[in-house]
Write a protein that binds this ligand. Sequence first.
Ligand SMILES: [Zn+2]
Length: 108
Amino acid sequence: MLDDSAAIGAEMKCPTCNARQVWSPECRRCKSDLRLLRGFAGLAQRLRKAALLDLHAGRIQDAQNSAEAWHRVDRSPAAARLVAVCHLLTGDAAPALAVAANQAAADD
Ligand SMILES: [Zn+2]
């Protein structure tokens, strides 16, 4: 799951050896290259922020587009919830229920 972990000073977990550390270009323990992962996490963070800003400004369709883009790169429950909220705000309950059902199945 990707979250705000791309933020400067935030902790992350190396996908190779599970070492916890602050973001850096390589893992302190196994020396894996983490630059691509950080870029990916940063993209997810930017898409999440764009969706929230659009939502706050009342641009629901733009928020939905950003939320869906975020969910494509981050399959987290938070991303799924934001997609569902956007669907509900556009009056489209069926996709919102589908997102919730998929998330519930993933949680099992
Ligand atoms: Zn590592």
